[in-house]
Write a protein that binds this ligand. Structure first.
Ligand SMILES: Cc1cc2nc3c(=O)[nH]c(=O)nc-3n(C[C@H](O)[C@H](O)[C@H](O)COP(=O)(O)OP(=O)(O)OC[C@H]3O[C@@H](n4cnc5c(N)ncnc54)[C@H](O)[C@@H]3O)c2cc1C
Length: 424
């Protein structure tokens, strides 16, 4: 850190400021510090991993689902290997036991075959199995056919993020918790980062603000072209002895029109089995339950044309998800499609996470990770600010290579190209 020339001597200046101490922000900060920059991370909450990173399925995805050639496909495949290697190197809990994607209805069989093709195109090891073969891996499962993905695993992304924070600070980075960023003001040579506890100056800024990434972009004069819609995903724990029905990870065949993978059963690193998540519109950006309502935020969400168009297309699915949220029996019935012996009484309340999903005004969901720098490009050495505007699943798995990608964009090691969503 240096004192800024021309500014108050008390105004700290860093080569780079990262906003948000989720896994993407801290991985990026560590990468920037490793490149020899002075770096500060500004986080609104008083702990790291407070939002998406600390409230998710903790699955190390393999890269199966994503469109070949997409950022998600490329960065998830690299991220899987790097996440496992990171956990090994730092003695963090993880397990690579593989997963089964199970088709339970005849119309899912072509989709399962397509998933296998996608997986192979992405370089992901996967095998199609008959129902009998599937039961060798997961004896309690009911399936017409299944896809086995041996490289999928589980970890604890909160612990990984805490380790990234520890390494970053040990390398001389500054982690400033409880510092909410209000606005970014671009000047010729630097950026004024306005926080609720005073200004900070930065040569370059990377905003990894998750559920608030569009808001921050808008407040900083970047029309992001998208709005973050908060979709809560609720989990239930599976009590013993029903938990014994699940050895590793059991997933349904996802609906290709939806960005969510469907309710799955996961045995975590602590041995606890959870099922979920569903997907309901949260009534606040950090709305972890139905009681958390922020009327102004909700009004903004409901007034967004993209939500109305999305709702017109998916109202039936949306209502079904609300029913699943309010009724343990509906959630159990979903799990029973894959695991017929699960009863409603086996489910106990679990946690919830809120996904930050970017949606365009026309109601289409931004499918891929989305990075937008000043001028609407995707980076370059003269870029002052880079906003990570869409980093939903599998961004926790992909965080280490995402961080390298961001640094390459900021140093100009990667040629700038027009971004997917032009700024307005
Ligand atoms: C229900 C659910 C299940 C998921 N399952 C998986 C999975 O199994 N595997 C996987 O790979 N991914 C999964 N994901 C996705 C994964 O959790 C996210 O992709 C990842 O955590 C994104 O990290 P992030 O750092 O971008 O965001 P976050 O973790 O949300 O961090 C953003 C940070 O920015 C801070 N912030 C926001 N605004 C400001 C501001 N103005 N000033 C300062 N700080 C600010 C926030 O407080 C927050 O700490 C899941 C997500 C959810 C919600």
């Amino acid at each position: 850190m240096t004192a800024a020339a021309g500014a108050s001597p008390a105004t700290p200046r860093y080569d780079a400021v990262v906003i948000g101490a989720g896994i993407v922000g801290l991985a990026t900060a560590r990468e920037l510090r490793g490149a020899g920059r002075s770096v500060a991370v500004l986080e609104a909450e008083d702990q790291v991993a407070a939002h998406q990173t600390g409230h998710n399925s903790n699955v190390i995805h393999s890269g199966l689902y994503y469109r070949p050639g997409s950022h998600k496909a490329r960065l998830a495949v690299a991220g899987r290997d790097e996440t496992v290697a990171f956990c090994r190197a730092h003695d963090l809990p993880h397990r690579v036991g593989g997963k089964l994607v199970v088709a339970t209805e005849p119309e899912e069989l072509p989709r399962l075959a397509e998933l296998a093709r996608r997986g192979l195109a992405n370089g992901v090891e996967c095998y199609e199995l008959t129902d009998r073969e599937a039961r060798r891996h997961e004896p309690a499962v009911r399936a017409l056919a299944a896809l086995r993905v041996p490289g999928t695993g589980v970890c604890d992304f909160r612990l990984i993020t805490e380790k990234l924070a520890e390494l970053f600070v040990a390398a001389g980075g500054e982690l400033l918790l409880g510092r909410r960023v209000r606005q970014l003001v671009r000047r010729r040579a630097d950026v004024v980062v306005r926080t609720d506890a005073g200004d900070v100056l930065a040569g370059q800024v990377v905003a990894c603000a998750g559920l608030r990434s569009d808001e921050l972009a808008r407040r900083s004069g970047h029309g992001p072209g998208v709005r973050i819609l908060p979709f809560r995903g609720e989990y239930a724990g599976l009590r013993e002895p029903a938990a014994g029905l699940v050895r590793e990870l059991i997933y349904p065949v996802p609906d290709p029109d939806l960005p969510f993978l469907g309710v799955h059963a996961t045995r975590g690193v602590d041995g606890h089995v959870h099922v979920g998540p569903n997907a309901v519109l949260a009534l606040a950006r950090e709305g972890y339950d139905w009681r958390t309502v922020r009327p102004r935020e909700l009004a903004g969400t409901l007034a967004y044309p993209g939500l109305r168009r999305l709702a017109r297309r998916y109202w039936r699915y949306g209502l079904d998800e609300v029913r699943g949220s309010l009724s343990r029996e509906v959630m159990a019935a979903r799990v029973r499609r894959m695991l017929p012996d699960v009863r409603a009484e086996d489910l106990e309340p679990g946690g919830a996470g809120v996904r930050a999903q970017a949606v365009r005004r026309d109601g289409t969901l931004v499918d891929d990770f989305l990075f937008v720098a000043d001028g609407g490009t995707d980076g370059g050495a003269d870029a002052r600010i880079l906003h990570v505007l869409n980093a939903p699943s599998p961004a926790a798995t992909s965080a280490l290579p995402i961080a390298r990608e961001i640094v390459a964009r900021l140093t100009g090691d990667r040629p700038a190209a027009p971004s997917e969503v032009a700024p307005r």
